[in-house]
Design a protein around this ligand. Sequence first.
Ligand code: ZN
Length: 346
Amino acid sequence: MSRHGSGARGGWFEDTGDSDLPLFNDQRPLTGPFLTFFSVISNTMRPPSLPVLRLAGCFLALLLATPQPILARQPSEPRVLLVTAHPDDDALFAATVYRITHHLNGKVDLALITDGSGGYRYSTLAEPIYGRTLTDEAVARQYLPAIRKQELMAGGSIVGIRKYFFLDQPDLRYTLNVDSVFSDHWDAEFVWDRLGAILEEGAYDFVFTFVPLPETHGAHKGAAISALRAVNRMPPENRPVVLASFIRSASETTPLDFTELPGYPLTRLNKEIEPFSFDRNRPIGIGGRLNYKIIVNWLIAEHKSQGTMQLLMNRGDEELFWVYAMNGPDAEEKARAFFNRLNTDP
Ligand SMILES: [Zn+2]
């Protein structure tokens, strides 16, 4: 993603720079008031008396004897498929994925279309790590696909990705032309068929893609279009809701200047629905000193062969998701319920 996606559209994907600094400046050890608080709690708690214990026992027996409708209503566990072109592209939705797998107990799988071997130009810093001259194209074509899969799965283990589907299409070169990606780079029919089989088997609720912006890499556009085509081939009742994602900085206030990619009507976004979002600055942990940017940074750090990707650490505040117009009439309701759960505490 980094070598071709960053910086596109100004504030979209750009960051305000030092918005995180107060968090880092305010990291104090858990001493003083925290230790005092715990010691007060333990000192004031006395063993309960016998009548109190009997009463508690009766209450427990009553609870066990009563039907428990709340326990029977298990929360749904959403199933999500990410469809990406390159092994580091899932950083775009890393915070959302972590939240799905850790907060909703959801299942997230990833279909990776290319072998990632074209990402060797900024592999300089990874050469001593892997003991290969990865900036040499011939070396990269041989070794980088395996290295990048390893990096992807290391990052995926952090955010909780369950399964990977590697379609291993050639990652030939940078181009904006998605038609050439379909005609010259990939076996497009194989990609659509394979995605169709993955979708059918996985019975997903949602599919995440990039917003197929005209100025983004043709492979990013190709991945989104392939996912949309594969979903569009499914019986309507089995189709997941397909969403288009992009990152926005907190300082960005202008709406996304994109509705559809010319020549690809399936890529049309339903702009009447405001994008759904997950905030990477959402606090986690004691005192709210931690947030989801840490997790995104961990994932990015795993992609050591992708030098410029590292420069995206701490950038981007919101992961936004638009509903494609090709989705069924209940897509908005499903997406709204999903993101409401995602954004509900704890
Ligand atoms: Zn990419």
